[in-house]
Design a binder for this molecule. Structure first.
Ligand SMILES: C[S@@+](CC[C@H](N)C(=O)[O-])C[C@H]1O[C@@H](n2cnc3c(N)ncnc32)[C@H](O)[C@@H]1O
Length: 428
């Protein structure tokens, strides 16, 4: 349970399952979002100020606040119960299924799709997988919605037994879910905690979801009224393709703010708009959120990613954006062993690693390289603090917290690092 104060006069939170203690996914749901965010900011500020390469408290900009509900663009539902009465949600204490179709965090398109999909499970007689008995076929239902309301639905099955039936059900599903863009069966034959298996059988023509993000332009580019606060922010579209088995940020509105902040900070670099073409590397680039946001006149961007499907998505989005030849290159590779100091040194390095951080090897190479500027986007302030410690000559000038997962302690942070030659005056 949260130790944060609840809103005055608030008898119930947004979620009845939270209030009765059946679902504990949102420990701070009963507290006002402003109090949650203030505490999250204080905790992250303290943690990163205490490190050996500290982020000074004055570096923090205003945090990016999320909507309190309807912000999750994806549902990862464990399927339990029976085919006749499936439960879509989580496994509670003792492996008991808890139905989370009413979860207030899902965007409306996901919330509306779940009952339809439960109905399909019943019609097709898809028996939910029983973890303790190791019997049954349907393990998870994974649903993602784009900002336009298009849906990607993936059935994680133990075998291919029901794939033909699922294929036959497609026209009916498309009738009931007219925005269904991608339907697939993921085969996960192994009894293990990893949700997805390596085999994906796509049943629709489309095998990836188009996410058309809207990034706010810098305040100077505002249009409309002249009075303070009246001007409308101009938006720029960032089209990203999300294939079936690749990472995408969970909170679309916060992802838009994250990419826009990285772009604004990169644009504000000294000499950014003049002179020669700047070289930008985006390591752990996924489907290309940072790489494609930063692509533009005067910049040549290289994205590096390990997931083949994410690479395909990023390349397809670059084509869709009709970027000039060579403006963005997305390459397959292990970013954790790259050496940014080996060849043409990038003017700007963006890193957005998984929770474990960039690790000792890459941190040491960045520290020893001539890279002047690093934007580190982290989903784990603890591994971020360790990585900063390994790069003592890169000092944080700016930082911002992004509330990607409200109601939890999860913190997403962007830090703007610049090389401090006083720390290591003999370098480059
Ligand atoms: C936190 S996600 C960030 C993705 C992307 N920057 C975005 O905003 O959507 C981390 C990404 O790193 C990729 N990844 C994990 N280990 C990697 C490695 N050793 N080398 C390259 N990419 C890796 C994952 O496949 C995933 O796409």
């Amino acid at each position: 349970m949260s130790d944060l104060p609840t809103a005055p006069g608030m008898a119930a939170s947004l979620c009845a399952l939270h209030d009765v203690g059946t679902c504990r996914s949102c420990p701070h749901l009963s507290a006002p979002l402003t109090a949650q965010l203030a505490r999250k900011q204080a905790r992250v500020t303290r943690l990163l100020a205490d490190g050996a390469n500290p982020v000074p408290p004055r570096a923090w900009e205003e945090p990016a606040a999320s909507a309190p509900e309807r912000f999750r663009n994806k549902a990862k539902m464990v399927v339990s119960g029976t085919a006749a009465e499936p439960l879509l949600g989580i496994l509670g204490p003792g492996g008991r299924g808890v139905d989370l179709r009413s979860c207030p965090l899902h965007v409306p398109q996901v919330a509306a799709a779940l009952p339809v999909l439960a109905h399909t499970i019943t019609e097709l007689g898809l028996t939910p997988y029983d973890v303790s008995a190791r019997r049954g076929e349907l393990k998870y239902l994974l649903v993602t919605a784009s900002p336009d309301g298009d849906l990607m639905v993936r059935f994680v099955l133990r075998s291919r037994r029901h794939v033909a039936a699922l294929r036959a059900a497609l026209p009916d599903l498309q009738r009931r879910l007219p925005t269904l863009a991608v339907l697939s069966a993921n085969i996960q034959p192994v009894h293990q905690a990893i949700i997805e298996g390596p085999e994906e059988i796509v049943l629709t023509e489309e095998d990836r979801l188009l996410m058309r993000l809207q990034l706010p332009e810098p305040p100077g580019a505002a249009v409309g009224g002249v009075q303070e606060g009246m001007a409308r922010r101009r938006m720029r579209e960032l089209p990203l393709f999300v294939p079936t088995r690749s990472f995408f940020q969970t909170n679309t509105a916060i992802a838009e703010q994250l990419y826009a902040t990285a772009r604004d900070w990169a644009d504000a670099a000294p000499g950014a708009a003049v002179g020669r073409e700047r070289l930008v590397w985006d390591l752990f680039c996924g489907v290309g959120g940072f790489a494609l946001t930063l692509a533009g006149p005067g910049r040549r961007v290289l994205g590096v990613e390990v997931s083949a499907s994410a690479i395909d998505g990023a390349r397809a989005a670059a084509r869709l954006m009709r970027l000039p030849e060579g403006a963005v290159r997305i390459e397959a590779g292990d970013a954790s062993v790259l050496d940014p100091g080996a060849g043409a040194v990038p003017d700007l390095l963006v890193v957005n690693p998984p929770r474990r951080g960039i690790g000792a090897e890459l941190a040491a190479r960045i520290e020893a390289s001539g890279v002047e500027r690093v934007l580190y986007s982290s989903c784990n302030p603890v591994s971020l603090a360790s990585d900063l410690e390994r790069m003592p000559s890169l000092r944080a000038g700016r930082a911002r917290l992004f509330d990607m997962f409200p109601h939890t302690d999860h913190a997403e942070v962007l830090v703007d690092l610049r090389r401090d030659r006083m720390t290591h005056p003999n370098r480059h």
